[in-house]
Ligand binder design. Sequence first.
Ligand SMILES: [Zn+2]
Length: 355
Amino acid sequence: MVNILIARTHTGELINLASASAQGRIAILKEQHRFYCPGCGSALILKAGDVKIPHFAHLSLAGCDKSSEPETPLHLSGKTLLHQFFSAKNHQAELEIFFPSIKQRADVLVEEKFALEYQCSAISPALIRTRSAGYSSIGLSALWIRGISEAPKEGIAPMRFRAFELAMLQESAGHPYLIEYHPGSDRFFYRSALFFVRGAIWMGKTKALPADRQAFPFGVPKKLSPTEFAEVASIARNERERFIRRQQFAKNRYRNPYWLLCYELGLDRSRLPTYIGVPIRGAEAFGMEAVIWQLQSLADQAKGKMTLPAPASPEESARKRLVSDYLEFVAKVKSRYHAEDEALELLYAIYCKTV
Ligand SMILES: [Zn+2]
């Protein structure tokens, strides 16, 4: 069910249920008016109860935006507060703007240029891309903000991302980050400095930004400090140890990549050198454990398979860059008395190279 906050009455008046003037007279509005969707023109019903924020619901969605987010109290309060945020900062902002040519309704249209989507529910990553492409086809930039009902803990930690959240990532200087907005505390949360671990697990930094300290265009996250990077490296070490321990009990060892690669490189399976399984940004291009792609890089190097074919896709060129950064790092570590600190500094330098 697609619900909205703004409707047109049968006399042509626009009613915004989030506005103060409407909130005091919902019962009267409901009794005296019929409502229509400003986008598709179809009939709406005004729903107001004790639990849900008052909103308009479509009776038929045939001509309207079918793929927009189902309304929940979180979504309604979030987009209302975000709309107020832009207005308070003197940016032109309109709530719930429907674009008939693409049949999409943006939660907030900012400066007639940015279509803000406040996304609270899980949808398919393909739908995120389709909606972004829809906006782009009419000259708008999609701006995705993840809606959250609970404020996350700040700091460097492992975190989980679902596929639709990854599809919502924005980029600054090649580094992806996610912006979340928590209406309960009127704060933005940035998830940045994201390092892939495995599956849905990543490591990264969570930082709050109160709405009154946020600007528009939105602030971009700062790069990690050496101390913060050391925390990432420490989490990476734990994840690495856990992975190596799990491999000791692997079934079907003759087909287990960890066992095969350790054998090929003549390494002790229970004690890998510390330069294997290190955190390097962008490893999601491999989609596998750091230990595995790094062992594989070393094995390929040992076999002289250093001449990779010309990169055919962005992923392939990303992998190529990771492998060359990694092998360069290993060569440096091996050429020195590799104090832990020195390895950490080298890894931090790789991280900084692209920020
Ligand atoms: Zn409609």
